[in-house]
Design a protein around this ligand. Sequence first.
Ligand code: GLU
Length: 373
Amino acid sequence: MSERLTRARTVVVKIGSSTLVDAATGSLSAGWLQAFAADVARARARGQDVVVVSSGAIALGRRRLGLAAGALKLEEAQAAAAVGQIELARAWSEALAGHGLTVAQILLTLGDTENRRRYLNARSTLKTLLGMGSIPVINENDTVATAEIRFGDNDRLAARVAGMIEADVLVLLSDIDGLYTANPRTNPQARFIPEVHAITPEIESMAGQAGSDMGSGGMATKIMAARIAMEAGTHMVIANSATPSPLSAIEQGGRCTWFLAPHSPAALRKRWIAGTLSPAGALVIDEGAAGALGQGRSLLPAGVARVEGAFERGDCVIVRDMNGREIARGLVAYGADDARRICRARSAEIEALLGHRGRDEMIHRDDLVLLKG
Ligand code: GLU
């Protein structure tokens, strides 16, 4: 069980306000953060990409602003987030700098994860940062999110982020060690559930409506997050943050609940590509490129003889051979105009032709599905 975490290439870890901010004093739990930073550094040393989704801005800010306990009005929460986010980002930056790791702050709104262009941009920034070995630390952009269009809880935000970057595992660190058949704090009959394979109505009914002054997520939002993650092919695990090294604890078989996605993100992506009903255009490729594709390689601009249709970067296109036979489908890395400019060119010439450096491949092999037969 522990290997699910150690083998993951990309891991997203969500940390709640009640873990990071001391309820009594409203100040940052610096000791916890330090120990957790060591956990992150260990994962990086193994070659894993790590993204942190951190709550705590509102909890930190409300203390600074001297706001009274209890529920905040939206504008108060937004003001508190504006103040607290500075402190939160600095704390992460300092904790991880101690391990030679660079932190990048990213504030996302719900719209950033739903609007296609913004989604693609956020994804590409995240992937670029990970490629550079940085640790993105993400929070909701609470200061601008309006009541109707905000996540409001970082559980679902973290699940969307995990899907966006095709993470293998999403870890939700919580003040509880996993899912129980009922609330174990009030019901002594509550049974622990170590593994969930599908979000059934029964599983949903196990999640009460718990929440606290500090954060917004209860078990109900965690189950919603599990559904989002599993649909994206990401396994999710709920574990207790009380231990100073929660990731190590999961690795060592500590108690936690796994929500297991039936398909990997890569398999889902390929299925989606293969099933696209109306591809936006086509690339006609030469014999050499067709041979390369058959061997599982990417499609390079040099192998593209002709570009048909109007499509944008990231759209699904048909790949045809010179005889007009459809041989593959894939997500193209260039819009139609740019694709026309660089077809037949070597990858090294792309920059000179377009004025900026794009991907070497017209369609990367991870984004390509060969049609059988
Ligand atoms: N974005 C909020 C904050 O940083 C927390 C949301 C949540 O509790 O999940 O304070």
